[in-house]
Ligand binder design. Sequence first.
Ligand code: FE2
Length: 235
Amino acid sequence: MNQHYVDVGHNGIMPQVVVLKVCHELMKNYSYLVVDPSSRQAVIVDPAWQMEKIEQALMYTQASLSGVLITHSHPDHVHLAEPIADEYDCPIWMSKEEIADSGFNARQLVGIDTTPWAVGQMLIEPILTPGHTPGCTCYLMADNLFTGDVLFAEGCGICPDVEAAHAMFASLQVLKNRLRPETRIFPGHSYGTPPGQRLAQLLKENVYLQFADKHSFAAFRLRSGQNVAKMFDFV
Ligand SMILES: [Fe+2]
């Protein structure tokens, strides 16, 4: 049912990534359980829709949940954040920018900046990537990047206006400059490509990574004639 990835990161830590495809009516999301093999501590990224799958993954990996990582505040990414934080008595991490913009609140909410921290021996490096929302954050754990709605295998998240599209362009340049080509990309949704593709592959195939300037990027991202229904045609 679930895919598992174990990779050696550049810092020698090998987090186990359990891919959880979760659904509710027409919504299809990916949540990810990321386990530090040395301590069996884990974090869950963008939990939504199906609590039982998350509980099963925790049992299967014999991991204890240390926290909830949120890429951004849209309902399909925070749906189970509070119930899980209550059940496992752990924090919900979200960027301060996203909290300020969205007004998201929860008893266990902890606002973060881009300072890395460790869960067990697993380093979590937040990368602020605004554009889809003002506080969108990707999380790098060894060579695994969890991108929410910033970067999909086949595209990037929608942007509400030109300013946001310019921010998205800058965010994608940050990722291109910072990440190793071997980095696996774990998005919040898929249009058909399985999660965990290497950045090197996306650099060849993802049209949104091909633009050289923010103006042409924004013109393409905001082009008219896009079928809105198809933009949410996740599988
Ligand atoms: Fe979103």
